[in-house]
Design a protein around this ligand. Structure first.
Ligand code: PDD
Length: 299
């Protein structure tokens, strides 16, 4: 992937969508009685866009619908209109490689745990530059700590209630590492605060099965798909860090693609360097992004 490029310099005002209109980011505000603010009563998506091509948009939209259904919040716009809006939000902001953030909350109402119906959902879209690791970060790989999972029991919903994830990430930052992976009560690895966790064990790509304990990451799914396409055996099963034959760990997310994780809880994974399978998966994923972009340019 070419380095993320700013199409226009940073002093260009960023534009956000808020409740029916585009506004300069600084003026894009929501009501203090929005239930997202009061109760974290909402959901979100983060979607990568390369030169105007959205990565796996149908998968993101279907997860968005899944999260909304779980909270019984109506979809504010049909998918074709939402898709058009995402394209327009991308177009109005200065990033070539961008991440689009969509947040939908239940709406505004006087504070009460009881849900008054019908409410008009609040919808916000912001666009930021997609981060890119430096050569040095890639050469070293990422590092992580693990912690016992303190989150709720519906981590499959992409809820905006992310306090535990924020606290976990902050512990990672304070420990000088990149991610905090959650472990269940038997020390099985679930996922990170903003990524899924995968490992290579005896040559097999292993990741925790989907369920209420983790988010069904779009990059996780893509990683499994790419591995299968290249004849790497995959297994969705609970796994632990102390398993014999564990040679690589990695994390996957929309914002970081596949990233090797070479130190966990201060211990080197394998030889402490990015492993061959992680690096191949990362490259295949980046190749996939480039291919998508080329298809668009040629069409
Ligand atoms: N987070 N697990 C958690 C808890 C996450 O927050 C994320 C992504 C993932 C990976 O999902 P995906 O591959 O669909 O990005 C897994 C986003 C990037 C965020 O909160 O910013």
């Amino acid at each position: 992937m070419a380095p993320a490029r700013l199409l226009i310099q940073n002093n260009m005002t960023l534009t956000a969508w808020v409740n029916g209109r585009f506004l300069p980011l600084a003026q894009a505000t929501v009501h203090i009685e929005d239930r997202g603010f009061q109760f974290a009563d909402g959901i979100y998506e983060v979607i990568a866009c390369f030169g105007g091509v959205f990565l796996d948009l149908p998968a993101h939209l279907s997860r968005l619908q899944y999260s909304l259904d779980a909270l019984q919040i109506p979809l504010p716009l049909p998918f074709p209109a939402l898709t058009a809006l995402l394209h327009e939000a991308y177009r109005r902001n200065p990033f070539d490689h961008a991440m689009l953030y969509i947040q939908i909350t239940r709406g505004v109402a006087p504070r009460s745990h009881r849900i008054e119906q019908p409410l008009t959902p609040t919808m916000v879209i912001t666009v930021r530059e997609l981060p890119e690791p430096s050569e040095q970060q890639l050469a070293q790989g990422a590092s992580a700590i693990t912690r016992a999972d303190i989150r709720w029991q519906r981590c499959d919903i992409k809820s905006i209630a992310l306090l535990a994830n924020v606290l976990g990430k902050q512990q990672a930052v304070q420990a000088g590492v990149d991610e905090c992976f959650w472990r269940d009560d038997q020390d099985y690895m679930l996922e990170g605060c903003s990524s899924n966790a995968l490992a290579v064990i005896n040559g097999v790509l292993v990741t925790h099965p989907l369920g209420h304990q983790l988010l069904g990451g779009i990059a996780r799914q893509m990683t499994l798909r790419l591995a299968a396409r290249h004849a790497i055996a995959c297994e969705e099963r609970a796994w632990r860090l102390d398993e014999t034959g564990l040679s690589e760990c990695m994390m996957s997310s929309t914002t970081e693609a596949v990233m090797p994780v070479c130190h966990i809880d201060g211990q080197a994974i394998g030889n402490g360097k990015p492993g061959p399978i992680s690096m191949m998966l990362r490259q295949w994923m980046l190749d996939e992004f480039s291919a998508l972009r080329q298809q668009k340019e040629q069409s």
